[in-house]
Write a protein that binds this ligand. Structure first.
Ligand code: PAF
Length: 282
């Protein structure tokens, strides 16, 4: 496994790989890697000749400065975890990735409404930053396939839309959520939870899984209220939103018959830590 920190060096490595007909798989990350990332990286390695992993805490996708400052970082631990499956780690600095003005003027992208709901509503400009960095990385890495976790359901939908709109020749592959034994969806942010909070946070997925038993008997509105009330009744948890949406366009639905692909997406504060999860109803 090789660590590359500059765009020039990575471009050279990619050009050499391409000239010898090698396929490239790519897993973009912000580090603080866990078994969820590892499942993407392992799959990436199995399906491609070369597996490239980027580790870059992207400043333009954070709307809360403290969140950016507190984001967990541990390059050595990350590198050790993925060593067996990753061929190239791309680990650039913010100066390498952005000209000064790019971080000052918000990147403007046509999301066709995908960004107006859920994470987009609560984290203004977050997806502009995600699209800004992922499109840049896609241009540099020129991967055949790129792997993303379905925990970030809205992010995957937006990246698929971006790839279509910008005609980037990469296959975007969404991979299933990986959970702790307790049911808690793996996330880099889990590192910020205390032992006690981690136990409490497991109730998020417990309630989501329980809610599956009420479909389609309960109406959408009643199921939403059920999930929100159950989670809010647990001391230490506070739901920011729980939306039941059409998985294709992310718009909220009102009846179970409104769509064939229905997903419940939730964000919950566990203490100060913001956690997301989702569940497929149909
Ligand atoms: O999901 C993440 O870790 C980030 O949003 C991504 C895709 C690496 C872009 O910074």
């Amino acid at each position: 496994m090789k660590t590359i920190t500059t765009i020039a060096e990575l471009t050279e490595a990619i050009t050499t790989l391409k000239s010898t007909g090698k396929t490239i798989g790519f897993v973009p990350t912000m580090g603080a890697l866990h078994q969820g990332h590892l499942s993407l990286i392992e799959r990436c390695k199995n399906e491609n000749d070369c597996c490239v992993v980027s580790i870059f805490v992207n400043p333009t996708q954070f709307n809360d400065r403290n969140d950016l400052l507190n984001y967990p970082r541990n390059f050595d631990k990350d590198a050790q975890l993925i060593n067996a499956f990753c061929d190239i780690i791309f680990y650039p600095t913010a100066e390498e990735m952005y000209k000064k003005e790019e971080t000052e003027i918000p990147f403007d992208f046509d999301f066709k409404g995908l960004d107006k709901v859920m994470e987009g509503k609560f984290r203004p400009n977050h997806f502009n930053g995600v699209v800004q960095i992922v499109s840049k990385l896609f241009k540099i890495v020129q991967a055949d396939k790129a792997y993303f976790g379905e925990k970030d359901f809205q992010q995957v939908a937006i990246i698929k839309h971006m790839v279509q709109l910008l005609r980037i020749p990469v296959e975007v592959i969404a991979c299933p959520i990986v959970r702790e034994e307790s049911g808690l969806a793996l996330s880099s942010r889990n590192e910020l939870l205390s032992v006690q909070e981690r136990k409490i946070a497991a109730n998020i997925s417990r309630v989501l899984f329980e809610s599956l038993n009420f479909v389609p008997q309960k109406s959408i509105v009643d199921l939403q209220s059920f999930v929100i009330e159950q989670i809010n009744s647990i001391s230490g948890l506070k739901v920011e939103y729980f939306e039941i949406v059409d998985g294709n366009n992310l718009q909220p639905i009102t009846h179970w018959t409104n769509a064939n692909n229905i997903v419940g997406c939730i964000t919950v504060f566990c203490g100060k830590v913001r956690l997301i999860d989702n569940i497929r109803y149909k």
